[in-house]
Design a protein around this ligand. Structure first.
Ligand code: MLT
Length: 240
């Protein structure tokens, strides 16, 4: 009997209940921008990240010593919070040793939906470290794309295709998942230029309309790589 493990791709946070098995390792991705922000914040010295589901929960930490609060809705920062959801907010910022409380439109919801599993977060910043960790662990995997308000987006499945290709090339996994097959086709069709391929994507256009194209460029082709793998322990993301 093959000792190959299985990989699946779930296209939106809302569909996760169809994949949930309580045993697989869940890799949450919201590449534009929540999981890219999470990777960047840890790289810049944040101690822990508490993903929360609503603005009031995040605001309950406002002004607490050692905490910073960040919120995004519809890609926009929210009045009254320290930060929005741009990776640039955390670069060379006063975040070392702080605990970040974060709520976003989709990414923090995906993390919550998967909380009964081992959950790690991935981006193009830490994709190589995540792939190596998963290969060492050799467990069944669900790559959970955050999507946009319950519907499919392009960028997260392209990332899923990138990660799945790295894992399947090891020979240690197989898959019978149409979402994974579609994700790999999308990734292949981007011909190595995801930014260009996403010219017509809804979220790239949404971010562009808010003068956030540089965020998109950074998240899709980050100038830095990190070996940090954020893992959910209780209600907090910490460094694995
Ligand atoms: C999300 O979590 O929905 C995204 O990160 C939205 C964004 O910040 O662009």
């Amino acid at each position: 009997m093959s000792d190959k493990k299985n990989i699946q791709v779930c296209f939106t946070a809302d569909q996760f209940s169809k994949y949930s098995d309580g045993k697989s390792t869940v890799v949450v991705v919201d590449v534009l921008r929540a999981t890219s922000v999470i990777s960047t914040a840890f790289m810049e010295g944040v101690k822990a990240i508490i993903p929360v589901q609503n603005l009031d929960e995040a605001l309950s930490f406002k002004g607490k010593e050692g905490y910073i609060i960040a919120a995004e809705r519809n890609a926009k920062p929210i009045e009254g919070f320290d930060y929005g959801n741009s990776p640039f907010h955390y670069i060379n910022a006063d975040v070392i040793g702080k605990t970040l409380v974060l709520t976003t439109t989709n990414g923090t919801k995906a993390i919550y939906n998967a909380k009964d599993h081992k959950v790690i977060t991935a981006s193009y910043i830490n994709i190589d470290a995540v792939a190596n960790h998963l290969l060492d662990e050799h467990n069944n995997i669900i790559i959970l794309c955050s999507g946009w308000k319950g519907v499919f987006n392009l960028e997260d499945p392209i990332f899923a295709g990138s990660l799945a290709t790295l894992l399947l090339s090891s020979g240690k996994y197989d898959s019978n998942c149409d979402s994974l097959f579609a994700s790999r086709q999308l990734m292949n069709n981007s011909n190595g230029n995801i930014f260009k391929f996403l010219s017509e994507s809804s979220h790239r256009k949404r971010l562009k309309s808010l003068n956030m194209e540089n965020d998109t460029r950074f998240c899709l082709a980050p100038p830095v790589k990190s070996t940090i793998i954020p893992i959910l322990e209780g209600s907090k993301l910490v460094i694995l």
